[in-house]
Design a protein around this ligand. Structure first.
Ligand code: T4K
Length: 384
């Protein structure tokens, strides 16, 4: 327990946690079930290329989300790249700077310019008015990100896209299992992209998917995922290799059965952090709308004092073996590939810069010890 600053590891005391607590510790379902599925896979000798486990996984995900098509991929970034191409995006595409760098890279990698629009500091999601301001004659699309699993302003963005004839895609990497207005994330815009990376609330080791209700788009994405093959020797579309392998689908099927346990654990952790941090001045936990489904995967704390204060808390936490993160500092526009492209982007991105300087993401998930939120809050109390 921590009763004074002298009890902190940065002041020479033993770390509060003997083992490191990670953000993004993988949640793993029933191992026996996974090993059984892998055993059957070995017996079949069918390891990749649209095998039966991938087909079943796609159906289960589509049913869970209430969406017509799920096209499983090897990771979320390739799924983004394929969705972007299948939608015919070119020229400039508007995205938030405040996102994981993959959203920007998926465009830049394909010769498309990511144009960064500012966020709403209350939600950390794209500000529709800021998106409007960034539209030019070269703009072909918008990619909204449901950051921390909290829905982007889907209807306002759809209205802008309709008005200007733009494609609308959502990066739903954080939002598997989340809903908006009673509808699961997955069927907004023309398509949405999921990530099932190991650090995500639900994982397939590595993995991702394009989900959509659009038959034609689904067919194009399927072709692109497998070199454009429409049967043996018959290539009818340019494509790449974005396929999910069977062993990943086995993990996905296992973890789908475990999803409610993960949401339960995350929710409990989130509530425990909320109670423990409530009395500490200068820090605030970002809440969720409990009338919606959430996965509670990101425990996001804002530090009112800004970057110096935030970094001091991080240093203290790391000394205690709490490996909290400052996602998504400093914003894509300040990372080298984009800083060189847009040296003055910060002028337009005031809220992005403010939020990026204040933020700490705390560990959660099924492996977090029950006493951790309270102990972590005590560390923070004696740092602020
Ligand atoms: N769009 C958005 C909005 C995204 O957030 C992401 C991915 C994507 C698109 C792209 O999807 P993918 O192509 O990745 O499917 C991690 C993840 O690699 C990345 O998937 C994720 N977003 C991002 C938010 O976080 P890093 O660079 O922070 O990873 P790393 O290696 O620092 O790991 C994070 C923490 O998890 C560490 O504390 C260690 C722990 N960890 C990690 C792994 C892999 C474990 O305990 N066990 C593990 O197996 O990017």
């Amino acid at each position: 327990t921590i009763h004074s600053p002298a009890d902190l590891a940065i002041n020479g005391a033993e770390p509060a946690f003997a083992e490191p607590l990670h953000v993004g510790r993988p949640n793993i379902g029933d191992r026996a079930q996974f090993l059984r599925l892998v055993g059957e896979m070995f017996d079949r000798r069918w390891l990749s290329n649209n095998g039966p486990l991938v087909v079943e996984f796609e159906k289960r995900v589509a049913d869970y989300l209430g969406v017509k098509h799920c096209i499983a991929m090897c990771n979320g970034t390739i799924a983004l790249e394929i969705a972007i191409r299948a939608l015919g995006m070119t020229g400039e595409v508007i995205i938030p700077s405040y996102t994981f760098v993959a959203t920007a890279h998926a465009l830049h990698w394909q010769g498309i310019t990511p144009v960064f629009a500012d966020i709403d500091p209350a939600t950390h999601n794209l500000d529709p008015a800021a998106v409007q301001r960034m539209i030019t004659s070269r703009t072909t699309g918008i990619i909204g990100v449901h950051l921390w699993g909290r829905p982007a302003p889907v209807y306002a963005l759809q209205a802008i896209a309709d008005e200007h004839g733009l494609q609308l895609l959502f990066d739903a990497a954080h939002a598997f299992g989340c809903s908006h207005g009673g509808k699961m994330i997955g069927s907004f815009g023309r398509a949405e992209v999921l990530s099932f990376h190991a650090t995500k609330f639900f994982n397939t080791f590595e993995g991702g998917a394009v989900v959509t209700n659009d038959d034609e788009l689904a067919q194009t994405a399927r072709l692109m995922r497998n070199f454009g093959f429409a049967g043996f020797d018959n290539v009818i579309h340019p494509g790449t290799n974005g396929k999910m392998v069977e062993v990943c689908a086995a993990m996905g099927l296992t973890n789908l059965d475990y999803i409610d346990n993960v949401i339960g654990a995350n929710r409990q952790n989130h509530e425990a952090y909320g109670r423990a941090l409530a009395g500490i001045s200068g820090v605030r936990l970002l809440g969720f709308d409990d009338s919606q489904c959430n996965n509670y995967q990101y425990v996001v704390m804002e530090v009112a004092g800004g970057s110096e204060c935030r970094d001091a808390i991080l240093t203290t936490l790391h000394a205690e073996n709490v490996l909290a993160r400052k996602y998504f500092w400093p914003g894509c526009h300040r990372m080298k590939p984009y800083r060189d492209l847009f040296p003055n982007a910060g002028v337009m991105l005031k809220c992005t810069e403010m939020v990026a300087d204040r933020l700490i993401v705390l560990p959660t998930g099924t492996t977090l010890p029950e006493y951790a939120p309270e102990l972590i809050a005590e560390v923070i109390r004696y740092t602020t």
